[in-house]
Write a protein that binds this ligand. Structure first.
Ligand code: AG3
Length: 290
């Protein structure tokens, strides 16, 4: 066992478990009107953004989360033109959305400071997506924005903090109802929905809430090393299309046509992501596991 020395940063998911990183340096630590924002540089994961002590993204593994948040839904849609991202102030999801031939991507982030700091310190994650002509950045609360917005979307992506605390409204039935009426008839919503080990109740609640509003709802998974417990859930609601049932050849054709380059996502991963372990199927009330 190597000896523990130097400066460390720990995320505590509850009173009994944490994930810890040795730091090269602390870059920023400040309070915005909404939350504590920290930027650190770790030895293992490069630069990392934390909000209220929870790791949001890191240079080394951001591609896993962002590709899996964006591509399964966007490759399911035959012609996505207008996409809304709620949260995602680091720009990693925006960058992946803009790889598709969308006409407009609107990012609504509540905390201006997160966007400002990400532009300065995390440009390797956003890859300058904020400057793209097809991108619009709005500083607002996602719920109020959607209430006001009249024009419909093809996809709504919720790239929020955990489904606990101040973000819970974005996982509510009321929010999904509003999202449903803000989507075109082929529309979809996809949300990060937390850790299947440490937030299983929240994953279930998200899935059940979505299922009450959307005709089709799916949970799918990816392993994100910097998120507590690694195994991370995404929940997708759809009006018409069934993402895991779109033939891989169709998704492949779209990937080639749209020139989507990935490091984690591929068609086999897409297929496998919708296969759920038995404990999760049972928690979601789908007990037909073999
Ligand atoms: N959004 C999801 C982060 C959840 C991580 N949770 C945690 N560490 N407890 C991240 C925003 C990235 N664009």
């Amino acid at each position: 066992m190597p000896e523990k020395k130097g400066l460390w940063q720990t995320e505590y998911i509850n009173t009994d478990y944490g994930q810890t990183y040795r730091l090269k340096r602390k870059i920023v630590s400040e309070k915005s009107p909404y939350q504590k924002i920290e930027l650190v540089e770790t030895f293992e994961f490069g630069k990392m953004l934390l909000l209220d002590g929870a790791v949001q993204t890191s240079e080394k593994d951001e591609f896993i989360y962002h590709e899996m948040l964006v591509h399964p839904a966007l490759l399911t849609h035959p012609k996505p033109n207008r996409v809304l991202i709620i949260g995602g102030g680091d720009g990693g999801a925006l960058r992946r959305v803009l790889e598709h031939p969308v006409e407009e991507a609107i990012l609504v982030e509540m905390d201006q400071k997160v966007v400002e700091l990400s532009k300065v310190y995390l440009s390797s994650i956003s890859n300058y997506a904020f400057d793209n002509k097809r991108a619009t950045i709005i500083i607002d609360d996602g719920f109020s924005f959607l209430k006001r917005e009249k024009k419909k979307f093809d996809l709504i992506i919720v790239d929020s903090t955990d489904p606990v605390g101040k973000a819970t409204v974005l996982f509510s039935k009321d929010f999904y109802q509003l999202a449903f009426s803000s989507l075109n008839e082929e529309g979809m919503i996809v949300t990060q929905s937390g850790s299947v080990f440490y937030q299983l109740d929240e994953v279930r609640q998200t899935f059940f809430n979505l299922k009450k509003i959307f005709p089709y709802a799916y949970v799918y998974l990816a392993s994100v090393p910097t998120y507590p417990g690694s195994l991370w859930s995404f929940t997708l609601g759809s009006k018409l299309h069934l993402p895991p049932l779109i033939p891989l050849s169709v998704k492949k054709e779209r990937m080639i046509k749209r020139k989507i380059k990935t490091r984690y996502y591929n068609l086999e991963v897409d297929l496998a992501a919708f296969a759920l372990p038995t404990f999760l199927k049972e928690a979601l009330g789908e007990t037909n596991s073999s």
